[in-house]
Design a protein around this ligand. Structure first.
Ligand code: ATP
Length: 483
């Protein structure tokens, strides 16, 4: 897609019936996103596209015009601009840019020699209204915003770039991914752990014009605070103790491609302005370095936190949220699309690697109905883990209910509490509690593949408490990581 085709500014959808809450607009309650939510009767998603048109109405390039959906569009004499004032000798190489912000179209002078004028007044930054007249060099340009709505029907296919799902909710997600992937805008992907946020980010990258470029994943929750700048911007050799060699940061490595900021909600509040600065300026300077490097990458972020709530609680910066949430895709938990389970299992069993290792396997109808009844707090990741565990430990061709873990069979709540009646009350209680603690933490860690931060989030325990329990029961969290 050319950079001049439309791209959406906001995603609007039905938040209620027909499973349409899978894709939501950035919420407007209290934080003023300026986005409406359309309640539709049919399972469709409506994208509100925001474009603008600038036209040279006077000057040597008179008649040139551009309709753009880009987040930023640049104007000046240099051929790399979106609108090139090739004939205007008094226009600077990069004269001004117009940024599509959630608050409106912002005109920014790019340190031009002769200045940028809006309706006759010299400006550095100013919001544009319809019909505004911009003067750059000896050219006058008229500005007009264009808003249009596009309806996105659920996709017909039950698969997209490794994502499997035949439910209306997932097919809506697939259609939305296809629609927005070629548009070079930021995206925030929300959803519980294991719902496929990283897969969605990969799909957007693969279906975009940047697919030949790199996709760099930065786990914001896993970066020690003292290394955040070096992780984002890179560092020069010797810039701090331990910087043995120069290293490019994540943004530099993602140049020409996509940067995926995973667990964005975990990024510490005091570190958020540093990220915002890179997003705003699109340039980085390595820690200990002197040169500024321009970086051109698409930003996709994921979180399992409710960011508007985090903003209200003072844990997340509103400006960073708005900078990133041009499009907001919310992935539904597996328990809200149980009809996807058979297809996900079928695809997994047909995987050539699984076939080579385990041979042809099938799931009995009784086992399938248990798998479909379970709540899957760890979503598709947990389903995949259960499947590989079951396949590794069952010899027969058919997976039966007894091959499934007790929690899936729903047996953990059955029967009397397994306490030892020959102990004193206190000792019996302590033993019961210890058994519970050991089994609970083992179960949540298995589900989270030994990832302590994720296990803490899913269990509602503090990470320190999980660490203490792992130590107390000598659990092998590392051994639970996938090989
Ligand atoms: N719709 C899906 N179809 C097939 N596989 C899926 C789907 N969703 C998730 N998976 C699989 O589940 C696992 C977890 O997916 P992924 O890492 O994308 O989830 P996530 O939402 O990013 O999780 P987290 O928030 O914990 O990082 C992966 O093995 C992925 O391949």
């Amino acid at each position: 897609m050319s950079p001049h085709e439309p791209h959406p500014d906001d995603v609007l959808t039905n938040p209620g019936e027909n499973g349409l809450d899978s894709i939501v607009a950035p919420p407007d309650g209290g934080i003023g996103s300026g986005t409406e939510v359309l309640v539709l009767e049919s399972p469709r998603t409506t994208l509100k596209l925001r474009k603008c048109r600038i036209q040279v109405s006077a000057g040597p390039d008179e008649g040139k015009s551009l309709a753009s959906d880009k987040e930023r569009l640049r104007c000046g004499a240099h051929p790399t601009n979106d609108l090139v004032l090739a004939e205007d000798r008094t226009a600077s190489r990069h004269h001004f840019e117009i940024i599509n912000t959630e608050r409106g179209w912002l005109l920014v002078d790019l340190n031009s020699t002769n200045g940028t004028f809006l309706d006759g007044r010299r400006i550095e930054r100013a919001y544009l209204s319809a019909g505004a007249q911009i003067r750059a060099g000896s050219s006058t340009l008229s500005f007009a915003p264009i808003d249009e709505e596009v309806t996105v029907e659920p996709d017909r296919e039950g698969e997209l770039c490794g994502l499997v799902g035949q439910s209306v909710k997932m097919r809506q997600v697939f259609a939305l991914i296809k629609k927005i992937a070629p548009m070079d805008v930021s995206v925030i992907i929300g959803g519980e752990t294991g719902t496929g946020k990283e897969l969605v980010a990969q799909a957007i990258h693969e279906l975009s014009g940047r697919k030949k470029g790199p996709m760099v994943v930065l786990d914001c929750g896993a970066i020690p605070p003292n290394l955040i700048e070096s992780e984002l911007f890179g560092h020069e050799k010797g810039s701090f103790t331990g910087a043995m060699a120069a290293r490019p940061g994540a943004f530099e490595r993602a140049h020409g491609g996509t940067i995926f900021l995973d667990e964005l909600g975990e990024l510490r509040f005091d570190l958020q302005p540093k990220l915002l600065r890179v997003l705003e300026n699109r340039e980085v300077r390595r820690v200990g370095g002197n040169d500024t490097l321009e970086v051109d990458c698409r930003v996709i972020a994921a979180t399992n936190r409710d960011l508007p709530k985090e903003i209200a609680a003072g844990n997340f910066r509103e400006d960073l949220f708005f900078r990133l949430s041009v499009i907001n895709i919310q992935l539904p938990p597996l328990r809200e699309r149980r009809e996807d389970i058979p297809l996900i299992l079928k695809r997994a069993l047909a995987d050539p690697e699984v076939l080579a290792r385990q041979g042809r396997k099938r799931i009995s109808p009784e086992a399938l109905s248990l798998l479909m009844a379970y709540a899957w707090p760890g979503n598709v990741r947990e389903l995949m883990n259960v499947l590989s565990h079951v396949l590794a430990f069952s010899d027969s061709e058919e997976v039966l209910p007894e091959n499934l873990p007790p929690r899936v069979r729903g047996q953990q709540r059955e029967g009397p509490l397994p306490f030892n009646e020959h102990l004193t009350f206190k000792d019996a209680k302590d033993q019961l509690l210890e058994n519970f603690e050991r089994e609970y933490v083992t179960s949540v860690l298995t589900r989270c593949e030994g990832n302590l931060s994720r296990a803490a989030r899913e269990s509602g325990l503090h990470r320190k408490s999980i660490e203490r329990l792992v130590k107390k029961y000598q659990l092998d969290a590392k051994g639970m990581k996938p090989r």
